[in-house]
Design a protein around this ligand. Structure first.
Ligand SMILES: [Zn+2]
Length: 326
């Protein structure tokens, strides 16, 4: 016989530029079911919010639950978010400007909705599920197409004066470095994200350098993924190895800056690039960070890769919903 139904459930939503992921979680953050749908942001905000609502309802139905049993829905959205009002101020990947996501979704679902920046949400997910809320001070860094982060101080998410703290992808690490999507040059994101790694490889190929990636994927590197970089390195590809090492070194410098500024107990790295290349990058990140941190101040600070992988976003959403319900 199935175990007796628990009364409190939360739905976490990871709203990305290409896909919407949802998961239904119980009070202890155990996942009971999930759904996935493409975002179709080109159809406009109304349609995307419709799709989120459908995704949430489907996940709840998959678990043989009713929306009435859901205590809250939490969403991590890719961009600047006013979490007080639940508005997405600016989300370039979705082409959204000032969208009242909380209000519109609550109308469709009849459930309380909380909205946060996606990386802030994912940091909360790692903090509460993976680390059981133990470290008092912690930083999450997520390296994927772009780079984002979240800061936990004294067990609470630090959002700053305008609610946009944690934009660590736009820390400038190399003055005059490559151009970033934000318009500046030399940002962490422009040096160590998947996009930055891909651009460096493409530039090297144009320059006449050789890589097994062109044999694997063709001259234009169509559909290049982080996992292909790992395969290339394991095949002995020196070019890819060097570019990934450079990205790891920049990441180490970023980590050192954060440690010098905030002195966290833990720095946790996640996202697609770390999930695929953690074995290749983590030792370099750790070493570089310790090289650059002010002497003697890193004692006991742990720099680790997250184990929750792609689930950080939906877990974070559930944590947001659970926090809002309390
Ligand atoms: Zn930038």
């Amino acid at each position: 016989m199935a175990e007796a139904p628990k009364s409190e459930y939360y739905v976490g939503v990871d709203l990305g530029g290409t896909k919407i992921l949802t998961g239904v979680f119980d009070e202890k953050l155990v996942c009971h079911g999930r759904t996935k749908m493409s975002t179709k942001s080109e159809r406009g905000a109304e349609e995307v919010i419709d799709r989120i609502a459908r995704c949430v309802s489907d996940a709840v139905d998959e678990c043989d639950l009713d929306l009435k049993q859901i205590k809250g829905v939490g969403i991590g959205a890719p961009g600047a978010v006013d979490s007080e009002s639940g508005r997405v101020i600016f989300a370039p990947n979705l082409q959204w400007e000032d969208v009242p996501l909380k209000k519109l979704l609550e109308k469709k679902l009849g459930v309380t909705v909380s909205v946060e920046n996606d990386c802030n949400g994912a940091t909360l997910g790692v903090f509460e599920k993976e680390l059981q809320g133990k470290p008092r001070h912690m930083i999450g860094i997520f390296i994927g197409t772009g780079i984002g982060g979240g800061i936990i101080i004294d067990g609470k998410l630090y959002s700053g004066f305008n609610g946009t703290a944690g934009e660590i992808g736009h820390m400038v690490i190399a003055v005059g470095g490559p151009k970033c999507n934000c318009g500046n040059r030399g940002c962490f994101e422009a040096l160590a994200s998947r996009g930055a790694i891909f651009r460096a490889i493409q530039a090297a190929i144009k320059d006449g350098q050789k890589t097994v990636l062109t044999e694997m994927l063709g001259p234009d590197l169509t559909d290049l993924r982080s996992g292909d970089l790992r395969k290339a390195i394991r095949k002995g590809d020196k070019l890819v190895e060097k570019i990934v090492e450079d990205a790891a070194e920049y990441t180490g410098i970023a980590v050192a800056n954060l440690i010098n500024t905030l002195n966290p107990q833990m720095v946790v790295l996640g996202g697609g690039v770390i999930d695929a290349l953690g074995d290749e990058m983590m030792a370099i990140i750790d070493e570089t960070a310790k090289d650059y941190v002010m002497s003697g101040t890193h004692k006991g600070i742990e720099i680790v890769a997250s184990k929750v992988g792609d689930d950080a976003g939906i877990i974070g959403g559930a944590v947001l919903a659970r926090r809002a319900a309390k």
